[in-house]
Design a binder for this molecule. Structure first.
Ligand SMILES: *Cc1c(COP(=O)(O)O)cnc(C)c1O
Length: 369
């Protein structure tokens, strides 16, 4: 019997989800985002699965890009945070990376080294106020880059939307209009859309000449999670779009506890049975990456049924209510998320987002075989 929690990865799901992304934005090139260890699936695993299928890979940091080059990936690599110092800038050149430049200090570094970067992406801050130059500075940044000999293959433009998962939010229109106004008069390719913006129909940056080359930057949807928040009244099962989970996390039931009315389960005795029933103890806990704050009622799947979490999550274990699943027993595998239980449903119940659950999956989880 398997004793430990395990993780299954589904490469065909990743490629399927990329095809979904392409279907949402025909003619738009795809930077597939594999930062944060491929959203918890493994940097090299995600790169290997996506490399031939996408138009380029996007990571946050130079170190991630270096690991990809060392592993033999020689296609386009976008580095979303760009170089943080002169050494990283040299690495951008040596490793043939496409860095994102988002602040003046990076331009100063560019002046300080003799390297010339053929392709540079400039990030504009259109209202998220995280990274980026103000849109009025766009032309000046491009001029400075070109004067220093950079961008012989292109100075390109990107921005990031704060509220794409709520398409009606007025912040979207403000940001999209600000981007289009700044970029329209300038040459170069454009990139606006993360997963949520692809679903909103903004893969081709709205307001720009339709002939302009556009890139989208899907991340979470590639891994099978829908970026929009799950409606509060949604049933716990079923995906929100034709996306397939790239990860299934399972753990065996290692014990069964019969419950009497009044029996309490777990630390703090926070859950009390009101009828006779059964608790199944599952070998998955917060040290494995399951959210400790997931409340009673969070969906867990056992034998094709949703058997809700009961009581507090422990370090290596959690309990589920098996009262309505009398066939379930020791040795059965519970699905914490993945096939049959979309991760965003679990995230919603636990008061977090799919991104956090996926990226927190612990290294100690065994690959299933
Ligand atoms: C992480 C990231 C993405 C991908 O976002 P998803 O919501 O996962 O699709 C795109 N662009 C930038 C700048 C990012 O940091």
């Amino acid at each position: 019997m398997r004793r430990a929690a395990s993780i299954q990865l589904h490469p065909e799901a990743l490629r399927h989800n990329l095809a979904v992304a392409r279907g949402l934005a025909p003619g738009v090139s795809m930077w597939t985002v594999i930062k944060a260890e491929g959203y918890g699936h493994g940097l090299l695993w995600a790169a290997e699965v996506l490399a031939g299928a996408s138009d380029g890979l996007a990571v946050s940091q130079i170190g991630e890009a270096r690991a990809l080059r060392e592993a033999g990936f020689d296609g386009p690599l976008l580095v979303l945070q760009g170089p943080h110092d002169v050494g990283e800038l040299r690495a951008c050149h040596q490793l043939r990376l496409e860095p994102v430049i988002h602040e003046t200090a990076q331009l100063d570094h560019l002046d300080a080294v003799p390297v010339r970067l053929p392709t540079v992406w400039v990030k504009l801050n259109t209202g998220m106020n995280r990274l980026g130059f103000g849109p009025p500075d766009a032309e000046g940044v491009a001029r400075r880059l070109r004067a220093a000999g950079h961008g012989s293959w292109g100075v390109h433009w990107m921005t990031h939307l704060a509220c794409a998962d709520e398409p009606e939010h007025p912040q979207n229109a403000r940001q999209l209009e600000g981007f289009a106004a700044a970029v329209s008069p300038l040459p170069g390719q454009a990139s606006v859309a993360n997963s949520a913006a692809l679903f909103a129909g903004w893969g081709r940056a709205p307001g720009l000449d339709p002939e302009r080359v556009c890139w989208a930057r899907p991340g979470i949807m590639l891994y099978g999670a829908h970026p929009a928040s799950v409606p509060a009244d949604a049933p716990p099962e079923g995906p929100q779009a034709d996306l397939r989970p790239a990860m299934t996390v399972q753990a065996p039931i290692i014990a069964i506890q019969p419950l009497e009315p009044g029996s309490m389960v777990g630390y703090g005795a926070t859950w009390t049975a009101d009828a006779p029933g059964r608790a199944g103890i599952v070998a998955m806990g917060y040290a494995d990456g399951y959210p400790r704050h997931a409340p009673s009622g969070t969906p867990v799947r056992v034998r094709d049924r949703i058997c809700p979490l009961i009581g507090r999550v422990s370090m290596d274990m959690l309990a589920v209510d098996l009262t309505d699943c009398p066939q379930a027993g020791v040795g059965d595998l519970a699905t914490l998320w993945g096939e049959g239980l979309p991760v965003e449903r679990v995230a919603r119940a636990a008061g977090t987002i799919s991104y956090e659950l996926l990226t927190r999956v612990a290294d100690r989880l065994q690959p299933a075989r």
